[in-house]
Ligand binder design. Structure first.
Ligand code: NAP
Length: 469
């Protein structure tokens, strides 16, 4: 080039290519944080095992909480960003290994959540009629992998239900089971779910807390809702609400706990009304055995005492609660992804501010956010702050030269996936599923009905593609 030749504008800086594994709230907030920062241009592939985005917003938040579920409209804005590409129906570890993914992009953020259930570790837990809350929630939200036969067989005989755990998921389960068909009619639950819930003979739901009301992890709004059920009364034993000094201290120090106690005390005067279902909250009670020969018939429960540090121990005093269905709602845990480290005790990927640790040392270009980073805690919005922290860590690594934009080998991840035999579902395909769900809902006068089978989800994509061909 001669000295007077115009060199033209400098080439644009290379884009930082990031794959985010899991399109739930943590993944979507990660994509959003990446697109909102100004330090480096980005291209984000937001990968999900399902052909649908939103993770627990779609398959966790209870369908009778439409306002909470509406957060998907806000989350959708991040999906619509031109620097973000939704790549659904792709399972990392099956369609592409973690190392292959890592080689194809500059950085990977794992946000695949904590989809597995925790066990109680007591005899009888595997009997028919005993379900994990994760199984029931997957079923009533229309998750395509839900074990429909097991859940529906358990529900068909469920007159007396025991829910173990006093977190918000336990309250979701108790509330959904105690609702009338009319209360669920307008939800996006699949029709077979509405039919099975309407046919289930639920009369009594008992929610069991192994510690006291001062240690329960549910929040007040969710608790209060139990008192608003159309045809069920909430019962609490006033003796469970008598607090010792340590519990009183906890109540005084924590506004959520003190509000919870106020709600529970209002209910302590309730008695069961004839012809109505009951939801009983029992504290200081831990299950020690599920009873039954070929299916659950009851739960042996031991009375507990809680010490000044909030630890429960058994008193040896046991009672039997009749139960045709037991739902254990004792928390979630993260599963292993082949070739990604996992702390099996915590069910999280070892990390430092979101940087994946391998053998205790940071692994360049590998990050985590959401439940697989911090464990199954907090509400949807908690993931926003969490994702920002991880993105700040990633950007610090870019600034330090640990992660280099434009270093990934493969410029088109989707082409590489297709070459591997995968059938990625992109944003316009998700829109086809979305439209099919809205159309299905309209046939029943509802805003939406969830498509609950892999075949119907993928058929909606294919039918839309055929129409535009
Ligand atoms: P969680 O709040 O951790 O509740 C788990 C419950 O299981 C606790 O009561 C725990 O008691 C109990 N538990 C654990 N192991 C037990 C055992 N071996 N025997 C008896 N009880 C046992 O978890 P979650 O309800 O699954 O909810 C997960 C997260 O999602 C939470 O952050 C929750 O707030 C959030 N969420 C929010 C909403 C909402 O905002 N509406 C709805 C659903 C979920 P201990 O405390 O004694 O361990």
């Amino acid at each position: 080039m001669s000295a007077d030749e115009d060199p033209g504008p400098p080439p644009p800086p290379p884009r930082l290519r990031v794959a985010v594994v899991g399109a739930g709230p943590a993944g979507i907030y990660t994509a959003e944080a990446l697109t909102r920062q100004q330090e480096v241009p980005v291209a984000v592939d937001l990968i999900d095992r399902l052909p649908t985005p939103f993770g627990l917003v779609r398959h966790g938040i209870a369908p009778d909480h439409p306002k909470m579920r509406a957060i998907r409209d806000t989350l959708h804005r991040a999906l619509d960003h031109p620097a973000v590409r939704f790549v659904g129906n792709v399972e990392i570890g099956r369609d592409l290994s973690c190392p292959e993914l890592h080689a194809a992009v500059d950085a990977v953020v794992y946000t695949y959540g904590a989809a597995l259930d925790r066990q109680l570790g007591i005899p009888g837990e595997e009997l028919p009629g005993s379900l994990a809350a994760t199984a029931l929630v997957a079923w009533y939200t229309g998750h395509p992998d839900a074990d429909r036969a097991r859940v529906e067989a358990a529900l068909a005989r469920a007159r007396s239900v025991v829910v173990v755990g006093v977190g918000n998921v336990a309250l979701d389960v108790a509330r959904v089971l105690a609702r009338t068909p009319a209360e669920l009619e307008s939800t996006d639950m699949p029709q077979h779910v509405l039919d099975a819930l309407a046919a289930a003979p639920v009369e009594h739901v008992t929610v069991l807390g192994r510690r006291g009301p001062a240690q329960a992890t549910f929040t007040t709004q969710e608790l209060r809702e139990l008192g608003e059920l159309a045809e069920a009364d909430v019962l609490v034993d006033p003796a469970d609400l008598e607090l010792d000094a340590a519990a009183e201290e906890r109540v005084a120090a924590d506004r959520v706990v003190s509000r919870n106690l106020a709600v529970l005390r209002d209910w302590a005067a309730h008695t069961a009304q004839p012809g109505r279902a009951t939801v009983t909250l029992r504290f200081f009670a831990r299950p020690v055995r599920l009873l039954g020969e070929d299916r659950v018939t009851g739960v042996e429960v031991e009375r507990t005492v809680v010490d000044a540090d909030g630890r429960a121990s058994g008193t040896g005093e046991t009672t039997v609660l009749p139960a045709d269905l037991v739902v254990r709602s004792v928390g979630y845990r993260g599963g292993e992804l082949p070739e990604l480290p996992l702390d099996p005790r915590r069910g999280t990927v070892p990390n430092d501010l979101g940087r994946v640790l391998r053998g205790g040392a940071p692994s360049p270009g590998e990050y985590v956010a959401g439940w697989i980073k911090r464990g199954p805690t907090g509400v949807v919005g908690t993931n926003k702050h969490d994702a920002r922290e991880t993105v700040a860590t990633l950007l610090a690594d870019v600034a330090a030269g640990v992660v280099r934009p434009g270093g990934g080998e493969d410029d088109d991840l989707v082409a590489a996936l297709r070459a591997n035999g995968a059938d990625p579902v992109l944003l316009e395909d998700w829109r086809a599923i979305d439209a099919a769900e809205v159309a299905l809902g309209a046939t029943h006068g509802r805003a939406r009905t969830t498509l609950h089978e892999w075949e119907s989800l993928l058929a909606a994509v294919k039918e839309a593609a055929a129409r535009t061909r």
